[in-house]
Design a protein around this ligand. Structure first.
Ligand code: GCV
Length: 684
């Protein structure tokens, strides 16, 4: 056991052949595995035992050794230091990683793994590494039962849940621990294990099934990952038998306090609750004439004695709109509901805001809520699962998109960025927001019980990149991809064949823009098949209650969200964006149809008309997919055959689907406008 005098323990390492090793194949451990490694710290800490076992696993696979700290280790891992994160000191090729907690030490271990040989051969250094965000959460939209419409994992494209099977928590949770290991290697340390749409069965996780939740927590804990639950606002009624869930009712308050007490009595390191309230049919405070601060503070009060957090989602809008009503704008809804409540949320409430004002589209503006609540802890919510970005059948490396969102500066050049706001460092941040470090970041996971975890093997890169950007949002997405390639495709010597690296960059680096180019254009969004959201259907949502319209007619297309003539949404932004978006002349091309209704003949800043842009990008997008296929095929045996086969199958579907998108979109725009393609290409 690791203690002040660590010595190797008998190996209990289990090899997991049932699923793909993702970014932690043993080959990726080659550099550390060849060294002499020592671990010191409190032996009773479960996570320190994990660090020790990781060192054992690596050295057993690659011929190194786990040694006592006084046995001249090449790598000393020491959990007795102070400060946040971990400190890495390299002195003449000898590396010491020191941290105050075993979890931080584990993150330091994986940092060394990631660096490989460079960890030991680089110049002398003394570096401190700490995560940018205190809260780094993955949300699972997993149901215990298989939902008749949504399946087991809502918007899941990688099979069933890794947590549940046969209507209950799985007996064998070893895969959950393997998942926690992958997450720890990126720096993620919190997971919410059930869907924010909390159905009757899943609501019981909070009470009757708590011992089962405790088993999941125990499976995540060795890798320093804490468990959260999504709860139903109506739980006092549906589970507690009370006549109301009114947040100001004393019995309701007492019920939530007792429920929280029981949760923490069962799982002492439990993280907190996630709540989707008054949204898409979920219950909430509106039923009692209360607002979202009343609702969130009710739960915050219950979890506060335990140091718990409430992630309260800002995804609140009217999903029963009338398409004839041009004055209601879904994009406005979150700001209209939440910005007036700024300053009223308790210190342990995090308001979780989708990156865009609508719903995880391939392209939309950054949500103005992120700039409108300086006295509230805000979290940025991203979607790793590819609901609107190809459903893990299309290649779509999302890190460049997330990076744009994190780096967006709502107050203009020189001002704070979104990544500063959610770290509690936005302009005018209240002392409480600054002191807590803000609300951090959360994302919907893309993982299921598929052998490759993510359906498309290359969609693993998105999960990896989310974790890395959650740790350091300033990282370059291409560099993050390079890390992922280096780990995932490591050969036995720990190195990656140059051609493999080259092809993976070629097919992934720009894949988000490729996907954008053959789907909905210029920020207009949606145009997907209703319900499952896969494939094109330009008018699929046009006359529905969901509030996602493009207003195409024979002359033009787009949503007028200006203050001058439209819904006034542009006014929710601070300067300069409120004016940049308002003015056709300055609005960025890629968001033009998000903010303006324009004629098809409108000339973009790029110099081409809107309709010609649609034709050009849709033809080009399909060509990019063909190039990706050719590049992948050129690998010819350089990647494992199971990965190769799955990727080829997905690429074939991507091409089929991209052609369908191209032809439907081009034909739609041609039929509406009657304007031919200037290059005379085939439009049906
Ligand atoms: C979990 C979108 C998705 C829903 C999801 C919702 C949300 O509307 O289509 O499946 O529900 O977002 O984020 O709550």
């Amino acid at each position: 056991m690791p203690d002040e005098k660590a010595s190797p323990a008998p190996s209990e390492i289990v090899v997991e052949p049932a699923w793909h090793a993702a970014w932690l194949p043993d080959a990726a451990l080659a550099a550390v595995g060849r060294r002499r490694v020592a671990v010191v710290g409190p032996a009773e800490d479960d996570v320190l035992v994990t660090v020790f076992r990781e060192a054992e696993r690596a050295t057993a696979a690659h011929g190194g050794d786990v040694v006592d700290p006084d046995g001249a280790p090449d790598l000393l891992l020491d959990a007795r230091a102070g400060g946040d994160g971990f400190r890495l000191v390299r002195d003449g090729g000898r590396v010491t990683v020191a941290a105050a907690t075993a979890t931080a030490l584990l993150h330091g271990w994986f940092h060394v793994v990631r660096l490989g040989e460079a960890a030991f051969t680089g110049p002398d250094a003394d570096e401190r590494h700490a995560p940018a965000f205190a809260l780094r959460v993955l949300d699972h939209w997993d149901n215990v039962d298989v939902h008749p419409v949504m399946g087991q994992v809502e918007r899941g494209y990688a099979g069933g849940s890794i947590f549940y099977a046969d209507g209950r928590v799985r007996d064998d949770l070893s895969r959950v621990t393997a998942y926690a290991r992958l997450l720890a290697a990126t720096g993620i340390d919190r997971v919410c294990i059930n869907n924010v749409n909390v159905h009757a069965r899943e609501a019981r996780l909070l009470t009757d099934d708590l011992p089962e939740v405790a088993r999941v927590a125990a499976a995540l804990r060795p890798y320093g990952v804490r468990t959260h639950l999504a709860v139903s606002f109506a739980a006092p009624m549906t589970l507690g038998g009370l006549p109301t869930s009114d947040p100001l009712d004393d019995d309701v308050r007492a019920w939530w306090r007792a429920a929280a007490d029981q949760v923490w009595a069962t799982i002492p390191d439990f993280g907190g609750f996630v709540v989707k309230a008054d949204s898409e049919g979920q219950p909430g405070p509106f039923a009692y004439g209360r607002d979202h601060a009343d609702g969130a503070n009710l739960l915050a009060d219950a979890v506060a004695p335990h140091g718990g957090v409430v992630h309260w989602r800002a995804f609140v809008y009217d999903h029963t709109q009338d398409w004839r009503d041009r004055s209601t704008d879904r994009a406005r809804a979150a700001y209209d509901h939440f910005a007036p409540l700024d300053g009223r949320f308790a210190d342990n409430v995090v308001v979780q805001v989708k990156h865009g004002p609508i719903d995880f589209q391939t392209r939309e503006a950054v949500s103005p809520v992120l700039a409108g609540m300086p006295a509230t802890r805000l979290a940025l919510e991203l979607q790793v699962t590819q609901e609107y970005t190809g459903q893990q059948r299309h290649l779509c490396y999302l890190a460049p998109w997330w990076s744009e969102n994190l780096g967006f500066r709502p107050w203009g050049e020189g001002g704070a960025a979104v990544r500063d706001v959610v770290a509690g460092r936005g302009p005018g941040a209240s002392p409480a927001v600054a002191a807590t470090g803000g609300g951090g970041i959360a994302a919907v996971s893309n993982v299921g019980d598929d052998v490759f975890w993510t359906g498309h093997p290359l969609a693993q890169a998105n999960l990896y990149a989310f974790g890395r950007l959650a740790w350091d949002p300033t990282l370059d997405p291409a560099a993050v991809l390079d890390e992922w390639i280096g780990l995932t495709f490591a050969g036995q010597d720990g190195a990656v064949e140059p051609r493999v690296r080259e092809v993976l960059h070629a097919v992934l680096d720009a894949s988000w823009r490729t996907y954008e180019s053959y789907t909905a254009p210029l920020g207009v969004g949606f145009m997907v098949r209703p319900g499952h959201h896969y494939g094109p259907d330009v008018d699929g949502y046009e006359y529905t209650p969901w509030g996602t319209y493009h207003f195409a007619d024979r002359d033009g297309i787009g949503v007028d969200r200006t203050r001058a003539n439209g819904t006034g949404f542009t006014g929710q932004y601070p300067a300069p964006w409120r004016d940049v978006y308002e003015d056709l002349a300055t609005c960025p091309d890629e968001l033009l149809l998000f903010f303006h209704h324009v004629p098809y003949t409108h000339v973009l800043r790029s110099g081409v008309t809107v309709v010609q842009h649609v034709y050009d990008t849709h033809f080009a997008g399909v060509e990019r997919v063909r190039e990706a296929i050719a590049a992948w095929e050129s690998l010819d045996g350089r990647v494992p055959s199971d990965v190769d086969a799955r990727v080829r199958e997905r690429l074939a579907e991507q091409l089929r689907s991209a052609v369908e998108w191209r032809d439907q979109l081009n034909t739609y725009f041609f039929r509406k406008s009657g304007i031919p393609d200037t290059h005379g290409r085939t439009i049906f």
